[in-house]
Design a protein around this ligand. Structure first.
Ligand SMILES: [Zn+2]
Length: 147
């Protein structure tokens, strides 16, 4: 329970950010204590724009562009959920600072980010995220697995 409370502010941010999408076609499913939101129908409705992620975690809320993306990237995103449980609201500034640090070293703010490296190292073998291109703009929002 404590891990849910500790990560709750981050879950709330995810819910608020994606509330419009949820109202206008997103679908929710719970998997192992994590709320998974698929944007598939919502994205179809608004003309299929390409979001800068396939799946993204905010605390115990994981948003994916489709059920298939959520399934494919589940083990990677679960590592991020565990990170949120450890870091709580500090996850946002810590992730951002890790990206900034790597950028200042001339490295990728995504692929060299400490949290991403841990997630790729710990994810299960089913994820196919590795090898996809890194996202562009630096952001404290966690971006993932662009295709
Ligand atoms: Zn990641």
């Amino acid at each position: 329970m404590a891990r849910y409370l500790w990560a709750a502010p981050c879950s709330a941010v995810g819910l608020l950010l994606f509330l419009p999408a949820l109202i206008f076609g997103g679908s929710v499913r719970f998997s192992e204590g994590v709320m998974e939101i698929s944007l598939a129908r919502f994205l179809r409705r608004i003309g299929r724009p390409q979001p800068p992620f396939r799946a993204i975690a905010f605390g115990h809320v994981v948003i994916g562009t489709s059920r298939a993306s959520l399934r494919r990237l589940r083990s990677h995103e679960r590592v991020h959920v565990r990170q949120y449980e450890q870091w709580g609201i500090l996850f946002f500034p810590a992730y951002f600072l890790s990206s900034l640090h790597q950028l200042l070293l001339g490295r990728s703010p995504y692929w060299h980010n400490w949290f991403e490296r841990q997630a790729y190292a710990r994810q299960g073998g089913n994820d196919v995220a590795r090898g996809q291109t890194a996202p562009g703009p630096l952001s404290s929002l966690r971006r993932h697995n662009r295709e």
